[in-house]
Design a binder for this molecule. Structure first.
Ligand SMILES: Nc1ncnc2c1ncn2[C@@H]1O[C@H](COP(=O)(O)OP(=O)(O)OP(=O)(O)O)[C@@H](O)[C@H]1O
Ligand SMILES: [Mg+2]
Length: 350
């Protein structure tokens, strides 16, 4: 499979690793998806990179493919294979003209309209790769969008041989909403495994800290690696931007929430353990609210069981306290955990 070239840390690099995910794409291409496959992963873990590589993969197999990423720069928001160019131009024009919603939402709809037209035109193998579309349409309409995609698979406008629908999102909030219906198959994606991360690290020019150290701060998250590189590997500078939002959140915590959050720096599974132990209803509510807020703020992510079929690419280990990976939840990266630690420290002394 041809590896695409993608921007990383102000240069172009080759798409590296994700071997397991690429093998899973081969399965998807052979069998098609029975439901839209919705992939959740931490911010900056490489979802967009993978969808772009997937586009290239399906194109190479002769699929008619549509890649939509409404929040990206204009030139890259909608990409289609050569055979769909005419269809895309018309569908996009109409969607933008009829748009009652912001243009980003119209783009998500245009992508679906392109697939419908492609099928009507007799395209037999079609792939729709949709990035950050939930953010574009908003939480309330995310479910509906998934249902529309499911209808495409179940009640297509014309017969087809294979259809693949792959959606990526980092929004912890929509996961629950989308997950409560049987309209999608949900899989999780994690930061890069150590070997793959090392390949990315190799492509960064020096001077740089030893690989081990980069791994311990990023937990394999490529975007965090990029950010550390940009600030000259100064961890304090890298967390500073985050700490400000986190402080506002930490300031509003109850004493119980604050104490449990402090313990969760050392072991993130404390969150669930304390929630389960809580006997009083108010305590349960407080701790439930704490977990929900941490998810909403994209500080922690809910972790599926580590069974391969629930993940795209390799699942993370069952637990890795050093990186902040717990059984039920994980800090998105060690840097996120550090931002919370700093905010707790700062608000304690003021
Ligand atoms: N497998 C990979 N090979 C090379 N570079 C990668 C790979 N995965 C991610 N990157 C690079 O790391 C950076 C972050 O990745 P990407 O934007 O794909 O993450 P994301 O999960 O889509 O983030 P967000 O949640 O913000 O949308 C990008 O510069 C991307 O090009
Ligand atoms: Mg992305």
């Amino acid at each position: 499979m041809r590896r695409i070239r993608i921007p990383f840390a102000g240069r172009e690099v080759e798409f590296v690793d994700r071997e397991a995910a690429l093998r899973q794409l081969v399965e998807l291409a052979e069998g098609g998806t029975w439901w839209p496959l919705v992939v959740y992963g931490p911010e900056g873990c490489g979802k967009t990179a993978l969808l772009r590589q997937a586009f290239e993969f399906f194109r190479g197999l002769g699929y008619s493919a549509v890649y939509v990423s409404p929040l990206e720069e204009e030139a890259e928001r909608l990409v289609v294979t050569e055979d769909l160019k005419g269809i895309a131009r018309r569908a996009l024009g109409e969607a933008l003209k009829a748009a009652v919603h912001p243009a980003a939402a119209a783009l998500a709809e245009a992508a679906i309209a392109i697939v419908v037209r492609a099928l009507r035109k007799g395209k037999e193998r079609v792939a729709l790769l949709a990035d950050d579309v939930f953010q574009a349409v908003g939480v309330d309409r995310a479910e509906l969008l998934v249902k529309t995609m499911l209808n495409l698979i179940e009640y297509p406008p014309a017969r087809y041989e294979k259809i693949v629908v792959l959606v990526a999102s980092s929004e912890g909030v929509t996961r629950e909403r989308v997950g409560r219906h049987r309209w999608a198959e949900i899989r999780a994606m994690w930061n890069m495994p150590r070997d793959g991360f090392a390949q990315l690290y190799e492509q960064l020019p020096g001077p740089k800290p030893p690989l081990d150290e980069a791994w311990r701060w990023t937990g394999g998250n490529p975007e965090t690696l990029e950010r550390l590189y940009r600030v000259g590997w100064n961890v304090d500078d890298a967390v500073v931007a985050r700490v400000r939002d986190v402080e506002a959140f930490v300031d509003r915590l109850t004493p119980l929430q604050r104490a449990v959050l402090g313990d969760a720096i050392g072991d993130v599974d404390v969150l669930v353990a304390r929630l389960r132990e809580a006997e009083k209803r108010e305590e349960k509510e407080e701790l439930g609210a704490l977990i929900d807020r941490l998810v909403e703020l994209n500080l922690i992510v809910y972790m599926h069981e580590r069974r391969q079929y629930l993940w795209l690419d390799v699942p993370p280990p069952e637990r890795d306290p050093e990186l902040g990976i717990g059984r039920y939840y994980a800090w998105q990266t060690p840097l996120h955990r550090e931002a919370v630690r700093k905010a707790l420290e700062k608000t304690a002394t003021e």
